[in-house]
Design a protein around this ligand. Structure first.
Ligand code: TRP
Ligand code: ZN
Length: 883
């Protein structure tokens, strides 16, 4: 395990390497416990670099067995090798030279899942961000690009399949019982994109003909017997390839594109050149075992990793500070792909929900950082929702400001200028600037200033002057290391609507830049005046969530209801429902905290039920409208001194009012939507119908207060979406009844041999609200199905409690914090990345009421005091505790 060196890396310290890497030849002799890696590297000194400068290569826990210089054993006084670096002195002034390093690895003992490891008997690698240095000594940074030749030697019987990046060169027998394969990747790449896979796997094959007529072989490798569960991923892959050609003009560039699914993986998936490696959760699906959400995730992640081929691989990052250059942009691309493939409005609502609950929370706490950070201690901890999701929103704003064509021009120039390079955020922004002749200086603050901007809006109508005055003010809260902020460029899509929801057009707008339906807020406070507005006009602002900000708009409930019921923009309608719900839920929480009866708001319930029953609206949208802001959202709204039990109790009371008032409607909806027959289809329309049906089921169970309906739904379900939803209603609403017990047992025995479904079984139980959750999770981690080294399983048990069970995790006695702390210390010894990620669940501890906050702090301090922590956990615990 890499422990903390206390070293902080700064963006401002960037400088290129002293030596240029020309090519890389690697030979792997695979063995479960003693794999030999021979690495031949050809370098030359960069022009202008001091002739005495040594070559310093990165390592991490390496054992070197030989070192050659131009094929001759190197004198021991010319180098210094430690487990984490190799320094070579007295190198030629200007001629190229060759360094050959041999290292020995034990892939079976690699529980960190970084570098070369084994998952279910399969050899695989994960090199991003700094895993390559766990394989061999190397200039392990993204601005060192070279072509790679890879030779793999392995046992023929256990490893019939030998894969690496690029195109297959050839293979043959290799002595007794062994064989070898050679691969060559002609596209220069950084080490983090290297990959190797070896083992015995089944395959699904297809082909794709690119826009210039080249045929590409497509292969998805999964465990034998699971091939039929990879067909949806293959379909998503082909659609992604087509979409990237049509929308971004990007064509694939090798003869073969491979995806490999493994069951032990720290993240979702990895975009290694030509050989993507996936958490099998994001490849495998069939109706009996995958939910609609699983299908949507597979589609999005297959697309995301494929899109990286251009945004990440062909154009990579100069250094890790530029991570959003590939991640934010690629998330934007996968969001657009999914929006085109599904309902754009519903997709946008889901994105914004996710952004608010994850990124806004991160951005308002101790782990807040800019989309492009200026310093880091451990880069693994910067694969965050801010870099990914806020990074995507920043890209989206560029397209909002420039419009579709201007955005396309900028992207084209970016590809043209930087193909084959390791680029920066400045390069990216400059492409849009130069292609459109528009200045992005102020806009660039989005990359450097952390914190969610708060925009306050007010309007006044002057009937005599026929003007509507819109006053806007922006405030960006202080974040760690950034006490003061500059005003940003915030593009706000808007419309004015009349009593029927029709758009009202102003005869003129003054006060600042307006392009089409976008107001550009650039000053700290700014007033726009709309002329020619004779009668009531309601402002619908930040339509489509054009900017990732929080709007504070003291708009009347009447105006919000008008938007909720009549706006032509579906996103705005959902936003207005949310805005109506927020004060109702916040007030309910306050009443619950004082043990008062929760009053609720009949008019809000009316609006909601009107939307729920509106047959002209797509079911998926109605389901979104009915799922109120989460407990975490309400807690954020309340700000400080929050009591999670009161938030929960208040929200439950409001849900019950909705359930009772709408019991007829929910009954009708459930029957009508359950009545569809025909083969299962995971498409968005069918998924939307299931979503509304299962939402209705949840309300029915709440007003009925009996498990009968959910038990019947469980018995009848013919797909995993319905089955797992019915089980969730049973377990969460009626945790202790017989029906729940027998359903959980039936589910467990039916899917005992399917790891991904057993993960759901863990997660459903770990998220049962209330004080009992901790004992349940303790029992789950002692259960025979628990696998402490499998990240998916750990996340489904412990992660579900910490991230998705606010009342269970925030027990008033602090016992769940202590449990998490003890687990973190154990997990940290095996898998620091996983441990650090779980620990981020405590990032909002300061917002809790004082008793819980004290207990949370004590648990965090126990972690901080442990004598041996990974760099990953040390970095998070220090930042979370810092005042
Ligand atoms: N680059 C991957 C992506 O597409 C993220 C990733 C996968 C990753 N595995 C990782 C990041 C391990 C850090 C460590 O988003
Ligand atoms: Zn990515």
């Amino acid at each position: 395990m890499r422990t903390d060196t206390g070293q902080v890396i700064h963006l401002a310290d960037y400088r290129p390497t002293d030596f240029v890497l020309e090519r890389v030849d690697l030979t792997f002799e695979l063995d479960p416990v003693e794999t030999k890696v021979e690495s031949r590297l050809i370098f030359h000194r960069r022009e202008g670099v001091d002739h005495s400068a040594p070559l310093v290569l990165d390592g991490d826990g390496l054992t070197m067995t030989s070192l050659l210089f131009d094929q001759i054993e190197m004198e021991t006084d010319r180098y210094t090798a430690t487990s984490d670096s190799l320094t070579i002195r007295d190198l030629p002034a200007d001629s190229p030279f060759e360094v050959t390093v041999t290292t020995l690895l034990n892939p079976s003992a690699n529980t960190q899942l970084m570098g070369l490891y084994r998952s279910n008997g399969i050899y695989c690698t994960q090199c991003e961000a700094e895993g390559f240095r766990r394989i061999t000594y190397f200039p392990d940074r993204p601005d060192v690009l070279a072509p790679y030749t890879i030779n793999i030697i392995a046992d023929k019987e256990s490893c019939p399949l030998l894969l690496s990046n690029g195109n297959f060169l050839g293979g043959a027998g290799y002595g007794e019982g062994k064989h070898f394969a050679a691969w060559f990747d002609p596209h220069p790449k950084p080490s983090y994109l290297f990959a190797l896979v070896a083992g015995d796997l089944g395959v699904v094959e297809d082909t794709f003909t690119t826009m210039s007529g080249r045929e590409v072989a497509l292969k998805i490798y999964v465990e034998h017997g699971k091939e039929s569960r990879a067909t949806y991923a293959m379909d998503a892959l082909k659609r992604s390839m087509k979409w990237d050609e049509e929308v971004f003009g990007r064509e694939y560039d090798l003869d073969i594109f491979m995806v490999v699914a493994v069951s032990d993986f720290n993240f979702g998936a990895m975009e290694n050149k030509g050989l993507n490696i996936f958490n099998d959760k994001y490849v495998l699906a069939d109706p009996a075992t995958a939910t609609d959400q699983d299908y949507a995730n597979i589609e999005a992640i297959i697309a995301h990793e494929y899109f990286h081929n251009w945004t990440g691989n062909r154009i990579t990052c100069r250094d890790w500070f530029q991570l959003c250059l590939k991640e934010g942009l690629t998330v934007f691309r996968d969001h657009e792909f999914s929006a085109d493939a599904r309902s754009r409005a519903v997709k946008r609502i889901a994105e914004v929900r996710h952004l608010r609950s994850e990124q806004f929370t991160e951005d308002s706490g101790p782990l807040a950082h800019p989309v492009r950070p200026a310093s880091y201690r451990e880069i693994n901890n910067f694969y965050t929702t801010t870099v990914y999701e806020k990074g995507s929103e920043v890209t989206r704003m560029i397209s909002t400001i420039l419009g579709r064509d201007g955005f396309k021009k900028g992207m084209d120039l970016y590809f043209e200028r930087h193909d084959g390079e390791a680029a920066t955020v400045e390069d990216f922004v400059k492409s849009f600037q130069d292609a459109n002749g528009r200045d992005f200086k102020q806009f660039s603050l989005w990359y450097n200033q952390a914190g969610t901007p708060q925009v306050t809006v007010s309007t006044t109508h002057d009937a005599r002057a026929k003007t509507l005055t819109v006053s806007l003010e922006q405030m960006i809260p202080a974040t760690p290391g950034q006490p003061n902020k500059e005003p940003m460029h915030i593009p706000l899509r808007f419309a004015l609507i009349d009593e029927d929801g029709s758009d009202v057009t102003a005869s003129g707008i003054t006060g600042g830049e307006v392009t089409g339906d976008v107001l550009h807020l650039t000053e700290r406070s700014q007033t726009f005046v709309f002329a020619g507005i004779a009668s009531r006009a309601v402002l619908s602002i930040n339509r489509g969530f054009s900017a990732p900000v929080t709007i504070h708009f003291d708009q009347s409930a009447d105006d919000k209801r008008l938007i909720a019921l009549h706006d032509s923009d579906l996103f705005s309608r959902w936003q207005a429902i949310t805005d109506l719900a927020r004060p109702v839920l916040a007030h309910a929480a306050t009443q619950a905290a004082k043990n008062e009866d929760v009053g609720g708001d009949a008019r809000f319930v009316d609006v909601l039920l009107q939307i729920a029953g509106d047959e002209t609206l797509e079911p998926a949208f109605r389901a979104q409208a009915l799922s109120l802001p989460s407990e975490a959202d309400i807690a954020r709204e309340l700000g400080s001194d929050t009591d999670p039990d009161a938030v929960h109790a208040g929200r439950e009371a409001i849900l019950k009012q909705i359930a009772d008032a709408g019991s007829d409607l929910f009954g009708k909806l459930y029957t009508a939507l359950a009545d569809v027959t025909g083969p299962f289809s995971p498409d968005a329309e069918n998924a939307g119908r299931r979503a509304l049906k299962n939402t209705a089921l949840g309300f029915i169970a709440l007003s009925d207060a009996t498990p009968a309906h959910a038990a019947e739904a469980f018995a009848k379900a013919d797909n995993m979406t319905d089955l797992s939803q019915a089980l969730t209603v049973l377990a969460h609403r009626f945790p202790d009844c017989e029906e729940t017990k027998s359903a959980l047992e039936a589910f467990e025995s039916r899917f005992a041999d399917n790891a991904l479904v057993i993960d759901k079984w863990f997660a459903i139980q770990a998220t049962i609200p209330g004080d009992g959750a901790l004992d349940r999770v303790k029992a789950l981690v002692a259960n025979k199905h628990y696998i402490a080294n499998n990240p998916n399983r750990v996340r489904s048990a412990i992660g579900s409690l910490a991230f998705s069970n606010p009342t269970g995790f925030n027990r008033a006695d602090g016992a769940a914090y202590d449990f998490l702390a003890a687990q973190i210390l154990e997990i940290d010894k095996r898998n620091p990345q996983l441990a650090a990620r779980l620990l981020t669940s405590m990032r909002s501890w300061r917002q809790l009421e004082p008793v819980r906050a004290e207990k949370a702090k004590a648990a965090l301090s126990t972690i901080a005091r442990a004598d041996k922590l990974s760099a990953d956990v040390r970095d998070i615990v220090d930042r979370v505790l810092k005042s």
